[in-house]
Design a protein around this ligand. Structure first.
Ligand SMILES: Cc1ncc(COP(=O)(O)O)c(C=O)c1O
Ligand SMILES: N[C@@H](CCOP(=O)(O)O)C(=O)O
Length: 504
């Protein structure tokens, strides 16, 4: 494991490598590149590339068998013939022909450029995402490329850790990681609407507030109508106003997220409204690029642990898939261990993990959906996660762990980390609280390289911070609260207030 000095040397040498790649590498890659890249650089990859992707039943992925059931990505469907989930399967043999160095160099060369669409963190990996899509069909806000924050002070002071990082997926156009998946889904919708006019009238989702924000923004950018089903009074004001501002049809429904999900499934099964939730596997193709980006930011070294807050459970599988593709194509040689962190008030996966005595193999048998209770981590207030099977596979294959956090634990963890310069949403608080518990139990060692996935921007959940810092939450001590001090317009009163905190 690297020392801190080595870490910062590593980061600056990674930066230099990228700068070299950006300034000179593009020319070199362009001149010597394989056909796909030459075409990609000219901006019309669909004509000559040899890569492709299709829908297959998730069962095939799970079992490693091929049923022969496949669909093109231009078809409007979300389920396999037997009602199971679908997955996007890439032609791995075609991708493997180019070798790991080719892909590492190509991805590194594209970081932060303005070249359409490759400057996007998602579309910089286009050949691994939607290789058949024309650049002209892409709807992008140059999402991704989010900061991998070195949580040096929090790691050292709170946990005795030297190598703790927070992947800031919430530093994004609509303030959450959902942008990564939505650019892919809306781009594919854009293509289908051109190929088959009239086939998709609008795009719809059920949401706890972040999927709806991303969907409405990307649809608005493309001029595609959007519809969002929101559980009434269960999302933050900032989240509610996002689809309103972007012109979506906003339905505030007197139910919870699981109720909204049931309704949107029925509506999209019977109408030309396209389903944008992560049950639609196109979304996960974009979300998986966050995992690839983490490896890239570590100069293609694999962290020991990645901790992900879980709700509908698509993201934990998306991360798994990103890491797995990098391993299969030889860009890295191992997988990190994944931790899925749930709020105690919405913890069906954690409950199953406990019932199975922490043995992942038995978790499916002990699983049952639940009625989720109110939590400050409102975006993961989900009791019947759609991607339960995907998440279980991801955890089994990475020797993963499921943890939970109570309301007090998640709010304290977020507030404590905020005091070291972050501004965490409650969901990131769930992941941070899980990390604290795993450190306390000695499961995660002080020097383990650990990444906490921050899924949304804290400003979307300002109300929860106001409640915490004003110590107005019943039965919560709020030990890291920092309430504002009210002072008269008077120098003496101001000085007194300062002196109670600092020696002058
Ligand atoms: C901020 C935030 N964090 C975490 C999650 C959980 O992601 P997933 O539903 O893919 O498990 C969601 C949405 O569910 C979210 O909006
Ligand atoms: N947190 C999500 C819940 C829905 O998840 P999805 O990934 O299946 O769309 C939201 O913000 O709506």
């Amino acid at each position: 494991m690297k020392t801190l000095h080595q870490q910062s040397t590593l980061r600056s040498s990674a930066r230099k490598t990228m700068m070299t790649s950006c300034s000179r590498g593009v020319q070199r890659v362009y001149a010597t590149a394989a056909p796909a890249e030459r075409v990609a650089m000219r901006g019309s990859p669909e004509k000559a590339h040899t890569f492709n992707a299709k829908f297959v039943p998730f069962h095939d992925v799970q079992s490693g068998k091929t049923s022969g059931e496949t669909y093109t990505l231009d078809e409007v469907l979300y389920r396999s013939r037997d009602g199971g989930l679908l997955d996007v399967q890439h032609d791995m043999q075609a991708l493997a022909q180019y070798g790991p160095e080719y892909w590492r160099t190509l991805f590194d060369a594209r970081v932060g450029t303005t070249a359409w669409p490759f400057g996007s963190g998602v579309w910089s990996k286009k050949e691994w995402v939607l290789p058949g899509l024309a650049d002209a069909d892409i709807v992008s806000m140059f999402e991704g490329n989010s900061n991998l924050f070195w949580a040096e002070r929090f790691g050292r002071e709170a946990l005795g850790m030297t190598d703790l990082w927070v992947k800031q997926c919430g530093n994004s156009h609509t303030g959450s990681f959902k942008d990564l998946g939505m650019t892919v889904l809306v781009s594919q919708v854009n293509r289908i609407r051109k190929l088959k006019p009239g086939s998709i009238t609008a795009v719809g989702c059920a949401s706890t507030g972040d999927t709806s924000a991303a969907l409405s923004a990307y649809c608005a950018a493309a001029g595609i109508p959007s519809i969002v089903f929101l559980p009434a009074d269960k999302i933050s004001l900032a989240q509610l106003v996002q689809p309103i501002a972007n012109g979506a049809l906003v339905l505030s429904i007197d139910t919870d997220f699981d109720g909204c999900m049931r309704l949107i499934k029925q509506v999209t099964a019977e109408t030309p409204i396209y389903l944008a939730n992560s049950m639609n596997s196109l979304r996960l193709e974009g979300q998986k690029t966050a995992a690839i980006e983490i490896l890239q930011q570590f100069d293609w070294q694999v962290p020991d642990w990645v901790i992900i807050p879980g709700g509908n459970l698509g993201n934990v599988y998306a991360f798994y898939k990103g890491f797995q593709m990098c391993k299969e194509l030889g860009l890295v040689d191992k997988m990190p261990r994944l931790v899925c962190a749930q709020a105690q008030n919405a913890n069906p996966l954690y409950t199953a993990f406990q019932k199975a005595n922490g043995k992942l193999a038995g978790i499916k048998d002990s699983y049952s959906a639940m009625k989720a209770k109110t939590t400050f981590a409102s975006a993961i207030q989900i009791g019947d996660p759609v991607s339960i099977d995907r998440a279980i596979m991801a955890l089994i294959d990475t020797n993963g762990i499921v943890e939970e956090a109570s309301e007090e634990e998640l709010m304290d963890a977020a507030a404590r980390a905020d005091r070291t310069g972050m501004f965490n949403c409650p969901h990131t608080g769930v992941a941070l609280a899980a990390l604290i518990k795993l450190r306390e139990r000695g499961v995660i060692a002080p020097s383990d390289r650990t990444v906490v996935v921050s899924t949304a921007h804290g400003l979307k959940f300002a109300q929860s911070k106001v409640a915490y810092h004003s110590q107005s939450v019943p039965n919560m001590m709020a030990q890291f609260a920092n309430p504002p001090v009210t002072v008269r317009e008077d120098l003496g009163a101001v000085m007194d207030a300062i002196k109670t905190k600092f020696k002058l």
